[in-house]
Design a protein around this ligand. Structure first.
Ligand SMILES: [Zn+2]
Length: 206
């Protein structure tokens, strides 16, 4: 089985998390001692991490979808105003997917500091801290060139170019584009906080 790397410290020393009430067999005790299994407890949510890093002790979901975020028309209603619920939306996204959220905007170009310089002053310090977890992308002509089609993903954007729509359609994942329309629904982001969408082609956890 190929190594699963920790998204926080890049260590290959990661292991499965086992949930539920454990039965302490000799094998389980040996696996726990050797760091081959980590106990996750009995309380399950719809968004539990499936792996544990033995080096930095972070829990993460190796099957987490990539989340791609546009800025204009999604996080910002216009040049000077954040969208309604943008702060809560950012908090929700990064609570669910702290290691797999990416900027997908003209204001990035491979440098994750640029979007924060661009819009950080419109948000409070707590939200800016969260934004620092968002990773950069680099693309030219079409945003779809930055998307990793080998993984499930969601792409929040207010508008796609023809070529981008074609590429999503060809890959059978047009529904992974979450169209945000703040002009029609100024509170659109609140819907995603109440019920976060799931991408197509997600493997059930197991
Ligand atoms: Zn780690």
């Amino acid at each position: 089985m190929p190594s699963v790397y920790c998204p926080n410290c890049n260590s290959a020393n990661t292991c499965l998390i086992m949930y539920g009430m454990p039965v302490y067999t000799d094998k389980l005790n040996a696996d726990l001692e050797a760091g081959r299994i980590h106990l996750g407890g009995c309380i399950l949510t719809d968004n539990d991490p499936n792996r544990h890093c033995n080096d930095c002790e972070v829990d993460f979901d190796s099957k987490a979808p990539n989340i791609y975020l546009d800025i204009d028309g999604v996080l910002l209603a216009n040049d000077l105003t954040p969208a309604n619920y943008a702060k809560e939306f950012i908090a929700t996204v990064l609570e669910r997917y702290p290691y797999t959220t990416y900027w997908l905007t003209t204001h990035c170009d491979g440098d994750a500091n640029v979007p924060i310089q661009h819009i950080g002053h419109l948000f409070d310090a707590e939200t800016v801290e969260l934004m620092k977890k968002i990773k950069p992308t680099s693309w030219q002509t079409a945003k779809t060139r930055a998307i990793d089609f080998s993984k499930p993903f969601l792409w929040f954007d207010d508008d796609l170019f023809y070529e981008e729509k074609e590429t999503l359609t060809k890959n059978g994942v047009l529904d992974n584009w979450i169209e945000v329309d703040l002009s029609k629904e100024p509170d659109h982001l609140a819907q995603f906080i109440a019920s976060f969408p799931l991408p197509m082609n997600v493997q059930p956890k197991g």
